[in-house]
Design a protein around this ligand. Structure first.
Ligand SMILES: Cc1cc2nc3c(=O)[nH]c(=O)nc-3n(C[C@H](O)[C@H](O)[C@H](O)COP(=O)(O)OP(=O)(O)OC[C@H]3O[C@@H](n4cnc5c(N)ncnc54)[C@H](O)[C@@H]3O)c2cc1C
Length: 303
């Protein structure tokens, strides 16, 4: 209740004040800020994935600008020597305005990623986008099998079926590459599991499916219980270290992050940045008011 009230209030606070809350989770405003944070994390043994903030657009001109921004980011990443790749949200490229135009923008970006030998991960947005985002992935993966991956959400009841359906794209030579997360949007009970234990059980079911089928898995969670259970599955299925990585959001649970690194597993940190950080922060808070607790905590806690 208090979280919800605070989340409603935050859009009306001065940006400087909100930045105090947000800076632990957002690398900064421009590419240089993101590259600097990436270098720092690389020096601590972590890989990164970079995400330019800004989701909802109203014109395809904005989609074009976002495409240009990603192309520049890919170029900058290539020249930097950073061990990292990119994540993107299809709605920023016009998914809800012009599906075919969005596909063409993503095609350009993934094609550039091939040129610069990097990798594009398609983030998964709310359930209104799920089928369209899977379809985009299908088309891009057919053409660029080594350079594009998708996110799937354990809270969606459809996910295991989606994973099964995508198996026709999978080969041992070019395995499918998924990030598995719980899912951050508020979705109705008709399509999404709601309870912590049920979501976790399905998370592990999806992860087991990936390991069993030799799919490359990005285990994206800050939940220590899930991390522990993921290690049990890794051991059970004898998953080689090059077929799995853990992923966490910038600024979240650094101790758990370090404990995974200490075991010799790859850790990739998701780094959002960009001048639309304010809208991003306030939207995220409205979508998931419990984040307020984390943000408020971050004011008082370090490390
Ligand atoms: C790398 C990465 C990429 C993601 N990409 C997507 C995506 O494409 N689509 C999508 O819908 N969702 C995405 N998510 C978000 C994800 O779906 C969850 O909403 C989020 O990670 C919280 O779930 P959890 O697994 O950490 O478990 P939870 O049960 O929510 O959290 C476990 C514990 O982690 C800590 N924690 C969790 N989140 C935070 C936080 N923000 N700040 C501080 N502590 C925290 C808390 O201590 C909490 O008790 C991504 C998450 C990660 C890590």
């Amino acid at each position: 209740m208090l979280n919800t009230m605070m989340a409603q209030l935050i859009p009306f606070l001065p940006q400087d004040l909100v930045w105090l809350f947000s800076k632990r989770y957002i690398a900064g405003i421009d590419v240089d800020d993101a590259l600097e944070v990436s270098k720092e994390l690389n020096s601590q043994g972590m890989k990164v994935t970079l995400d330019i903030l800004g989701e909802f657009i109203f014109t395809m001109d904005e989609a074009k600008q976002n495409t240009r921004a990603y192309m520049e980011l890919i170029q900058a990443l290539e020249g930097s020597g950073i061990d990292g790749n990119l994540s993107l949200k299809p709605t920023m490229f016009g998914l809800l305005l012009d599906k075919e135009g969005c596909y063409r923008h993503l095609w350009e970006i993934v094609n550039k990623a091939v040129e610069c030998n990097t990798f594009i991960r398609i983030d998964m947005e709310d359930s209104g986008c799920t089928s369209m985002e899977i379809e985009l992935f299908r088309r891009l993966r057919a053409e660029f099998p080594r350079h594009v991956g998708l996110v799937v959400q354990a809270y969606l009841k459809r996910t295991l079926r989606d994973l099964n359906n995508l198996m026709d794209l999978h080969t041992e030579e070019t395995p499918l590459n998924f990030r598995l997360c719980k899912g951050i949007y508020t979705e109705p009970a008709s399509i999404a599991f709601q309870q912590y234990h049920v979501i976790n059980a399905h998370y592990l079911e999806d992860l087991e499916f990936m390991f069993k089928n030799k799919i490359y898995a990005g285990v994206a969670t800050h939940d220590a219980t899930l991390v522990e259970k993921a290690f049990d599955l890794i051991e059970h299925y004898k998953v080689p270290k090059h077929m799995v990585e853990f992923q966490m959001l910038y600024g979240v649970t650094p101790k758990l992050r370090q404990s995974i690194l200490d075991k010799g597993y790859d850790m990739r940190v998701y780094i959002p940045f960009g001048d639309q950080w304010f809208g991003y922060s306030t939207r995220r808070l409205k979508e998931n008011p419990t984040m307020v607790t984390h943000i408020v905590k971050s004011l008082f806690m370090k490390g």
